[in-house]
Design a protein around this ligand. Sequence first.
Ligand SMILES: [Zn+2]
Length: 270
Amino acid sequence: MASIYPGRIHSVQGLRVVFTGKAWAPRKELHRTVVAMGGLPRNHVSLESEELEILVRGDSARWLMSDFGIKESDIATRLASGLPSAIVSSDEFERLVSEQQAARTRQVVAGLPIDWMVPTTRGRFRRAAAIAGPLDRYHSRAGRIEQSFLRQLHVKPGQKGLVRCALCNRRFPAELVVAAHIKPRSRCSLIERRDAEHVAFPLCLMGCDPLYERGWVSVDAQGVVSISSWMHSIQALETLARRLEDRSCPSHSPQTSKYFAWHHRHRFVQ
Ligand SMILES: [Zn+2]
């Protein structure tokens, strides 16, 4: 794991420590414990500090963003700016405090796998892309590294941190958008898999990614979205179908057209 997000925390000596949610003891007592360990208890996550910042995550029945709160989203902002950070569960932190056992860091930050959050290098991407056949973007390590690099290029938060889907043109929080292969990864040559700038495009998980993957939606030679005629016959898909039909896809270009052409010819269900 890149040092921007260490896999384990061995000590909090000299480090800022912030608590969120409910931990095993009252907040004041936790802060005293951190001081006794040489750490610096703080009430908020700093968006500027260049030292490693640790967020200890307890329980909460009501996070602001359903599964995480504002402090965790600040950690995500830090990671996006390249500032070293770590999230540990309060159970892990308690073990560090009472048994001096290294605390393992959480592998999901603000709803996304940590490998997607931490910028990766083209070298690591090229090694991951060299693996033939399908790669699971959530579960295999190489898949997460590959997805991380493709996301850096294609999933770019704009206004209010939202990302625009290249098919439906709606804007979503980044955790609802993936960098999807235009031509299925498993059918790409090594050179195509490594063509990071052109082989992928941003798709929302709110319909477009699974529909494109199944070929119920495609993009034609003119860069116009085509939809499978039977989508109109399914009531639940009708609204999205109408939204998508005849829209022009901003990711279609002279460099990407061969990937779209493959999808349209081999995957599109008329
Ligand atoms: Zn979409």
